[in-house]
Design a protein. Sequence first.
Length: 644
Amino acid sequence: MVRSKRIALILEDDTTANRLTVQVLQPAGYQVERLRENAELKAQLQADLPNALIVDRSLSSKALRLLLREFPTLPLIYWTTQAQPDEVLNRYQEGFQAVLTAQEDQVQTLFVINRAVQRQEDWQKWVQLESTRHTQSLEKRVEDLERLHRIGGKISASLNLDQVLKEVVIAAVELTDAEEGNLMLLEQDNGNLILRAAHSVGEQKTNILRVPIYDTLLGEVIRTQRAVILESSELTKIQTAFLVRALIYVPLVMGEQSIGVLGVYNRQREQTFTNYHQMLLEALADYAAIAIQNAHYYTANERERHKLHTILTNVRDGVLVLDEEQRILLINATCLEAFGLNEPDCLGKPIENVISNQDLIFMLKRPASQWVKGGEIRLEDGRIWNCQLTPIEDVGLAVTMHDITYLKELDRVKSEFVSAVSHDLRSPLTAILGYTELIGRVGSLNERQQEFIRRVQASVQGITALISDLLDLGRIEAGLDAHKELIDLRPLLRQSVENFNSFLTEKGQKLQMDISSSIPLIWGNAVRLQQMIANLISNAIKYTPKEGKLGIRMWQEDSQLILQVWDSGVGIPPAEQPYIFDKFYRASNLPEDISGTGLGLTIVKSIVEDHQGRIWVESTLGEGTTFTIVLPAAEMETPQHPST
Ligand code: ADP
């Protein structure tokens, strides 16, 4: 149903209002409504805007301003009984669209009203058209921006550079409504631009593959890092045999450098490009530059990763990397071969589920307080590897393993040789010592001769001690002291301490014993265990100054017996601590008058290992040293050689 047009009246005189309504407006098909100037006027008009409003002088100027401001398309007609030309002019200046007087006849009055209503309709149509046009253009822009956004997303998600560049060019062509587009990248070595991606809507194909940039428009874009828009009604030759009517070139910039150009062209169509198109293209060029940078990083990263992988896979040493939960992150071929594993099977699995070598697992699973930087492990095939454990922040732990079987073998041969020679040296030394004692009996000696003989005897005793250490070591290493029995270490400890009482008194030292009440039995060789304790106590006494403190602690922890021998002596320089268990090694900080063979700790370590135990040292220079030995308790361990 077509709604009839409405005219609103704000007139003080009822007769005038009635006359207008009955004689002019209603016969012309208008609906008429009387309004008043009051607080609701604005709301009433907003709810249902009439096609025109006829007012008289009763309308205040404040209300007039409100109407003009809030309802600019509402035609306002001024009604007056009669008007001088001056007044008519004033009303027009105030913003009224027409002035009606009582003098006008009905036809004239209706004509004025109709014209005002018509004007309003024309305006409204125009406003509607304009807003549709703007909305369409805004919608197109929103679409363009969404397209840009989608491409941005794809770029960060894709590592396929060719595909990304192709997408950028297609988007460039479509967003600028061009016939064709391309993306060229600069070749570093010769300064040429080479085509990387192209797209065209029609039949035409860009044939350029490589363009020298000197003296070309492209060269200018590269040099100035500025976009260029070219438009002409004529065809312009921009390169040999490449004619265009309009184009945009925008540079691809990475850091400070131009790396290429993104271009769109119209060769047939006369349509030109705008700044808006340039802005879109610049955004696309930025995306392309980011994609290229990503690809560079990725390739560099991949190359490094590949290099590292090749190195790790091919090194002859074993390499194993564990995460913080000790799951396998990386394992190289040497390790796989040594533990008889298959790489894909073991990656990501906990180490203890994959590798059965107990030496290695024991080393890795030690509680934090007993953590070691490395040690030796024996493989099933008899090879011996030296393992180094290196914690890596935010990754876990790297284990590097080096085959030292040949060193061990050399060591064994050397020990055998030393044992044999030592044995043969013993008898002549005993003879020398015997004869030096006899010299005094066959004639009197002066003081200097006696002094010389004392020195000979001291030296021979030194050599004899050395030889007996060497022979002990030889026996232990050769496994000749295999006899083991259930042993309570407490009486052995007490016996050893007693043996050193005279030395302790001589140096005024105090030895503190902290032995826990429940100590497990262990499977062991009594003579060797006593030797182990004696060597440690003797060192503690030797390397602690007079009046110093030393002590022994012993307790049980789970199925292990822990023995500590500590002192408040000279300590061991940190850099030398890894070597003190080596044969003949004596630290550099020892007072000159303290003699020794450098074999005591080697013997201790051999005995500990012969009892499936571990030993380590903690020492602070000038403050003291603590040796800790962990031995397995007999209750938990099946003896290896219980009765041999
Ligand atoms: P040595 O016969 O020299 O005592 P050891 O093999 O028993 O040989 O010890 C090797 C080296 O370790 C010693 O020379 C000394 O430098 C160092 N060392 C051993 N025990 C202690 C200790 N309790 N305090 C300080 N240094 C020690």
